[in-house]
Design a binder for this molecule. Structure first.
Ligand code: AP5
Ligand code: MG
Length: 261
């Protein structure tokens, strides 16, 4: 199973991706975690992207494609993946589609996790007080939310037209969001004719914080184009850019041609 998870900062992409990966026995691949790892290790890539992340700007596409290529290919061989935080823009989505389609590593289902700006800010400020993530300050969070908002609609439209798109209200308690996501993913998988997952479902561990959290909101989910067959990559006529493939070699450390974020 190959999934991707779109959502604003703080919507719960990482939280849910870990659970979904565990449930279906697939790999969780987070572009943000991979980038932060490079920063922590002081690699060439890390030194290039540190300022972008610190400011809350997007890292250049070619770098992101580079760091994701190997994990995505390896995860495809091992049974699938859930991509958390990629793509961020239609340009990234188109690039991934062109490369992944022919390799058979492309996504089949996209999940869009939503939450209101106030809730997102509250969550990320709370996390920032503990996590030490340098981009979890009020000013940078606000900028990250703006960056997401600027790209969100075209990105969601892109997947709505090309893949099965599931929209899930991420403001509800964590366990509710997980259950709803699994219900909709199972439904979409049946409609797509995907095989049953290879490992038995893992039990969902109740999140202790949810025990006392009541949300007045009703679950709001929508499955878009369920049953649709993803369009082959060759149908995507968007023009190629110099950074549209998972073909750059990060080992060269070579992205000097790319503009800084
Ligand atoms: P990335 O690491 O992807 O950060 P982000 O998108 O800003 O999202 P977060 O990780 O902050 O939030 P999340 O949605 O994962 O929520 P989480 O589960 O942690 O990217 C960081 C940076 O890397 C970017 O700004 C950019 O510079 C660069 N980058 C990454 N990918 C890139 C790409 N493709 N292209 C270019 N640049 C890229 O939850 C947040 C908090 O809320 C936690 O404390 C959690 O416990 C809590 N929480 C979660 N769900 C709930 C719930 N339902 N109820 C209550 N609390 C909840
Ligand atoms: Mg995250």
């Amino acid at each position: 199973m190959r999934l991707l998870l779109i959502g604003p900062p703080g919507s719960g992409k990482g939280t849910q991706a870990v659970r979904i990966a565990q449930h279906y026995g697939i790999e969780h691949i987070s572009s943000g975690d991979l980038l932060r790892h490079h920063v922590a290790e002081g690699t060439t890539i890390g030194r290039t992207v540190a300022a972008c992340i610190h400011r809350g700007d997007l890292v250049p596409d070619g770098i992101v494609m580079d760091i994701l290529r190997k994990p995505v290919e390896a995860a495809t061989r091992r049974g699938g993946y859930i991509l958390d935080g990629f793509p961020r823009t239609v340009a990234q989505a188109q690039a991934a589609y062109r490369v992944a389609g022919p390799l058979g590593t492309g996504v089949r289902i996209a999940v869009y996790l939503t939450a209101g700006r106030r809730q997102l800010m509250t969550r990320l400020l709370a996390r920032g007080a503990q996590s030490g993530r340098t981009d979890d300050t009020e000013q940078v969070i606000s900028h990250r939310l703006d960056v997401f908002d600027a790209a969100a609609k075209p990105l969601v439209d892109y997947y709505h037209h090309r893949e099965t798109l599931i929209t899930i209200d991420g403001e509800r308690p964590i366990d509710d969001v997980t259950r709803t996501m699994i219900d909709h993913l199972d439904q979409a998988r049946r409609q797509l004719g995907l095989p049953e997952h290879p490992t038995p479902p893992q039990p969902i561990v109740e999140h202790p914080r949810d025990a006392c959290r009541c949300s007045p909101r009703q679950p709001s989910t929508r499955t878009g184009r369920a049953g649709a067959t993803p369009v082959p990559a060759t149908h995507d006529k968007a023009p190629r850019s110099p950074h549209d493939g998972w073909t750059h070699t990060a080992a060269h450390g070579g992205h000097a041609d790319e503009p800084p974020c």
